[in-house]
Design a protein around this ligand. Structure first.
Ligand SMILES: *[C@@H]1O[C@H](CO)[C@@H](O)[C@H](O)[C@H]1NC(C)=O
Ligand SMILES: *[C@@H]1O[C@H](CO)[C@@H](O)[C@H](O)[C@H]1NC(C)=O
Ligand SMILES: *[C@@H]1O[C@H](CO)[C@@H](O)[C@H](O)[C@H]1NC(C)=O
Length: 221
């Protein structure tokens, strides 16, 4: 008997909370599937790099290159950008990315089972994401900038102009997935560190800088 009224209250609260600009905390139920995904991601070097030919890259929409710098740029550009909108975009972008990686892997490729599991775990997280917010959230209009990205991502591939495609290595794409996940779902990953650190494109921290330089080298190497 409690459940429906709680849901209703939850929905109402959700609507009330959406009015002001805010950093919506990630629903706690999201953290379990995201941590499971994170466990898989820790093996990405081996499966997304070592098992591929040197400089192997796949063709993606330029919007599928979704990095921390994109997030900070968007936060500056779009006034009052809701964290939840970015989380939705993260799912939309990376669902396409994982699909594209799987598509290039032959049935017996050594990275195939890993990538399939990664995608399964990603979908689990997406399922929990969708269920942990009231449905109205997903019917809300997106800010124009985000809607444009969304429309281009869902455009028929043969209607996408040649100039919109980019080449990217599977490893760099999955690195982006991982780093932006820490930023957008920081409350599942923060421990003692200040939460916002995860979103910093960062020059301040040596460790991170080394890491991102390494990632850059890998992306271009
Ligand atoms: C995420 O995975 C990394 C290893 O890639 C690990 O160091 C970190 O503790 C994990 N975070 C959580 C919250 O599980
Ligand atoms: C991220 O930035 C790059 C380069 O500025 C751009 O090509 C790409 O479309 C951006 N991605 C998104 C999702 O906006
Ligand atoms: C990989 O790319 C780098 C930089 O574009 C190039 O210098 C190198 O020769 C390439 N390696 C192979 C094996 O194609």
């Amino acid at each position: 008997m409690l459940q429906p009224s709680l849901c209703f209250l939850g929905g109402l609260l959700g609507l009330l909370l959406m009015a002001p600009v805010l950093m919506a905390p990630t629903p706690p139920s999201m953290c379990t599937p995201l941590k499971t995904l994170n466990d898989s991601l820790s093996h990405r070097r081996r499966f997304m790099k070592h098992n591929f030919p040197i400089n192997y890259s796949i063709r993606v929409h330029h919007q599928e290159i979704f990095k921390l710098s994109n997030i900070s740029k968007m936060k500056l550009k779009v006034e009052g950008l809701d964290e939840l909108v970015l989380q939705r975009l993260w799912f939309q972008v990376n669902q396409g990315v994982l699909k594209k990686i799987i598509r290039v892997l032959p049935e017996r490729h050594p990275s195939r089972p890993y990538t399939a599991e990664l995608e399964r775990r990603f979908r689990d997280a997406e399922g929990v994401f969708v269920h942990s917010h009231p449905a109205e959230v997903f019917q809300q209009e997106l800010p124009e900038t985000v809607q444009d990205i969304w429309d281009q991502l869902t455009e028929e591939p043969d209607r996408v102009p040649e100039s919109s495609w980019r080449l990217a290595s599977p490893k760099s794409l999955v690195d982006n997935l991982c780093h932006t996940m820490y930023c957008l779902f920081w409350d599942c990953f923060s421990s003692t560190e200040a939460s916002q650190d995860y979103c910093e494109v960062s020059h301040s921290k040596k460790g991170r800088k080394a890491l991102s330089q390494q990632a850059e080298m890998e992306a271009t190497a």
